[in-house]
Design a protein around this ligand. Structure first.
Ligand code: AMP
Length: 451
């Protein structure tokens, strides 16, 4: 049975109220698939990039469990959620607090970037759910400041990123420290590659596997195109023009390097466009402030690097603009996934200089659909589009040759019918319809007649 409404999910009234407050009506695909088995206590291995609703997919079952089995007296955390970045930890905790708003449950975070003593509250008070990043959590565990023995459910969010960032050992250690747990939920943007598979085989027990990678059709909700630019100044002019359009209501502008973040914020300011930014070296309070300004609508342009924007969840992003094209198609997909979240529409625009065309070809091939160029009349490029040789796009002649080769190969691959000598013998004159009919009627009616 496919679940189409949250009310079909056997959730506590207080959680349904919170869902109503948040305006969630229907579960997303990952929620519909992951919530029932997770509520039965099964381990879950979920393939779900951000934007699919994976956070609520694991939060709702654990909140329900905490409500179903309330503890008699306060104690250490019963649910531990581990994330690769501080931002993600804070966003998860924020969602957990919103979903638990009508309950008595307590949620805390343990992350780096916060004064060590500020976490004292985590240990002195009752906590039900703790959301943590690996480094600081392990530090507390080692100093015996964090008690893992009460953890019943361990959740690993964005496991692939944790592995990419070199946290595999840390996570394994956390899993060993929480060995008394009854359930493990692991979510990863992809389950491809041996690393995540190996990891999940060691940590999970007979998990239900769920794949909520957005389908091609869902991805189509993101309209994608590009503009050709002559140089940096041209790219900036294109960006300013785009940011001034009325339908461009909330935008994340991606750049490749930290230095470019600051330059670009300055150039935009000169053009009368205010923006906030995120880059890796920023202090936590400033990062939080930038995200908050975007979320509450005080600011509608955010300039960010990929590293700084990891795990970021900003509501209602109408446009993602690649001021610098990313170096891999994978990162491109990750960037554009910031828009068109939870079923809404979005646009992804790339600004492309001639040296980016090879990359553009690579991205198009990965997406399995060519990105289409557009032109702004007042900002047409003066340089010519690079030739097919540069873009890696095959010319018509090459395509025709490829087709011919393919057909030849098909012919070759056809099963060969053996022509026997006896079949060739006495073929004689080809029969016409009439002679054939005569011949048939002249022949004995069946094998039996031969006897
Ligand atoms: P996530 O994949 O957990 O990062 O969620 C992506 C976005 O979708 C977040 O902004 C959520 O608030 C939103 N969201 C999650 N579940 C739902 C739902 N069932 N209906 C509408 N929006 C949702």
């Amino acid at each position: 049975m496919t679940v189409t409404l949250f009310t079909e999910l056997d959730l506590h009234e207080s959680l349904l109220d919170a869902l109503r407050d948040k305006g969630y009506e229907r579960p997303t695909a990952i929620q519909a698939e992951a919530i029932p088995p997770a509520m039965e206590g099964r381990d879950v291995l979920g393939s779900a990039p951000t934007g699919t609703g994976k956070t609520a997919a694991y939060l709702l079952p654990v909140l329900q469990h905490l409500l179903d089995f309330p503890r008699k007296k306060s104690g250490p955390p019963r649910v531990l959620i581990v994330t690769p970045t501080r931002e993600l930890a804070m966003q998860v905790a924020e969602q957990a607090k919103e979903l638990a708003a009508h309950t008595h449950l307590d949620i805390a975070t343990i992350t780096g970037g916060v004064a060590y003593m500020n976490h004292a509250v985590v240990f002195s008070d009752n906590q039900d759910i703790v959301v943590a990043t690996t480094g600081r959590l392990l530090q507390y565990i080692k100093e015996e400041n964090f008690d893992c023995r009460a953890v019943e459910t361990l959740i690993l969010d964005e496991a692939d990123r944790m592995l990419d960032m070199g946290f595999a050992q840390d996570v394994e250690q956390i899993a060993a420290e929480t060995r008394w747990r009854k359930q493990t939920l692991l979510f990863s943007a992809t389950l491809e590659g041996n690393a995540v598979k190996d990891f999940s085989e060691r940590l999970l027990n007979d998990p239900v596997e769920i794949d909520a990678t957005p389908s091609r059709r869902e991805r189509k909700k993101i309209v994608q195109w590009y503009y050709r630019a002559d140089d940096l100044a041209h790219k900036t002019a294109l960006l300013c023009h785009l940011l001034k359009q009325t339908d461009v209501t909330k935008t994340i502008v991606f750049v490749r390097k930290r230095e470019r973040v600051h330059e670009l914020v300055g150039w935009l300011r000169e053009a009368g466009i205010n923006s906030c930014y995120l880059e890796g070296e920023m202090v936590q309070a400033k990062r939080n402030e930038a995200i908050k300004r975007m979320n509450d609508g005080r600011m509608n342009v955010l300039v960010a690097t990929d590293v700084a924007a990891r795990g970021l969840d900003i509501d209602d992003v109408s446009h993602v603009i690649n001021y610098d094209l990313p170096t891999t198609a994978d990162v491109y997909l990750h960037r554009i996934g910031r828009t068109a979240r939870a079923g809404r529409k979005g646009s992804a625009i790339s600004l492309v200089e001639s040296h980016d065309h090879l990359l553009l070809g690579k991205i198009s091939r990965y997406l399995n659909e060519p990105l289409k160029p557009r032109v702004i009349d007042t900002l047409r490029p003066e340089t010519r589009a690079p030739s097919a040789k540069v873009t890696g796009k095959p010319s018509k002649k090459v395509l025709a040759k490829r087709k011919e080769k393919k057909e030849e190969k098909l012919d070759k691959d056809k099963p060969k019918v053996k022509v026997r000598l006896r079949d060739k013998k006495n073929i004689g004159k080809r029969r016409t319809g009439k002679t054939a009919a005569v011949a048939t009627s002249a022949a004995p009616p069946s094998g039996k007649g031969d006897d």
